[in-house]
Design a protein around this ligand. Structure first.
Ligand code: FPP
Length: 252
């Protein structure tokens, strides 16, 4: 993997954090009269490519939605083939990710996963924990509402123990209990597969993200499509509720 092509510390036209909803594996397989799991397998290649391109362009955080809380309702065979695919992808890719200085993290209700996958997850997080390159976060068994409920419970516990006042609950204390803490919020959300919705992904964290949708199916996501999304982002003025004139005055 090559070095970033610019200085991420000074170039605000590159998003610091990109989140991706990887949709369209099933349709990609259907179009080829193949079983759905072959679409998921083909999707691993796009995961590898997006990690490489993100690191090369100077993105610091890449967060991928691999399996939602709602995906447990899929047919049993599809769920188990996805779980096996996660184990296999970790076994195959971990050394290469580590060599490329990628720091891996998983978010979601990980206690719901089988013991084999949980073991692979904690091994890969442990192995890469001191790496200083791209921060790659994979959301598995994750739902934005679940995340907010768990954070609320944690805050309620702190209030009942007396270590937090009710009026001490603010943006920062709430965000601090969410799964993504202490990572910055995504600047850019990419969704492949043609649907234009958030599907219970990082509901709190995406509050100010720029949203970019493409009809391209996830197994066909490539460098050119990723660059299209990054160019869209580079052309945006991020106002966070301020006026354009206020932002321009600060930039001058
Ligand atoms: C959505 O497409 C995709 C998923 C539920 C699985 C995503 C998983 C991978 C790309 C596998 C590898 C991931 C990692 C991190 C190793 P869909 O099945 O909903 O597509 P459809 O809408 O066309 O049916």
């Amino acid at each position: 993997m090559s070095e970033p092509s610019h200085d991420p510390a000074t170039d605000s036209s590159v998003p610091r954090h990109v989140a991706i909803i990887m949709d369209g594996n099933g349709r990609w397989a259907n179009n080829r009269k193949k079983p759905r799991h072959s679409g998921h397998r083909a999707g691993v290649k796009s995961v590898r490519l997006s990690v490489e391109v993100a690191a090369q362009r100077g993105v610091e955080f890449l967060t991928l939605f691999a399996f939602s809380s709602e995906n447990w309702a899929r047919p049993k065979e599809e769920v188990s083939s996805l779980m096996n695919l996660f184990v296999e992808a970790l076994r195959r890719e971990l050394d290469e990710l580590h060599r490329n200085n990628v720091r891996l993290k998983f978010i979601g209700a990980l206690h719901d996963l089988n013991a084999g996958l949980r073991e692979k997850i904690s091994h890969s997080e442990h192995k890469t924990q001191t790496n200083t390159g791209l921060n790659l976060t994979v959301a598995i068994s994750y739902g934005g509402r679940w995340d907010i409920i768990e954070a609320s419970k944690a805050l309620a516990r702190r209030v009942s123990e007396g270590s937090l006042q009710v009026d001490g609950i603010d943006d920062a204390s709430f965000a601090g209990e969410l799964q993504m803490s202490p990572m910055p919020d995504p600047d850019l959300l990419i969704r492949t597969g043609g649907e234009q919705r958030i599907s219970n992904f990082l509901l709190w964290n995406l509050a100010y993200a720029e949203l970019w949708f493409t009809d391209v199916l996830w197994p066909e996501f490539d460098e050119a499509v990723f660059d299209e999304a990054l160019n869209f982002y580079a052309g945006k003025q991020r106002r966070f509720g301020h006026t354009g004139d206020q932002i321009e005055a600060v930039e001058c």
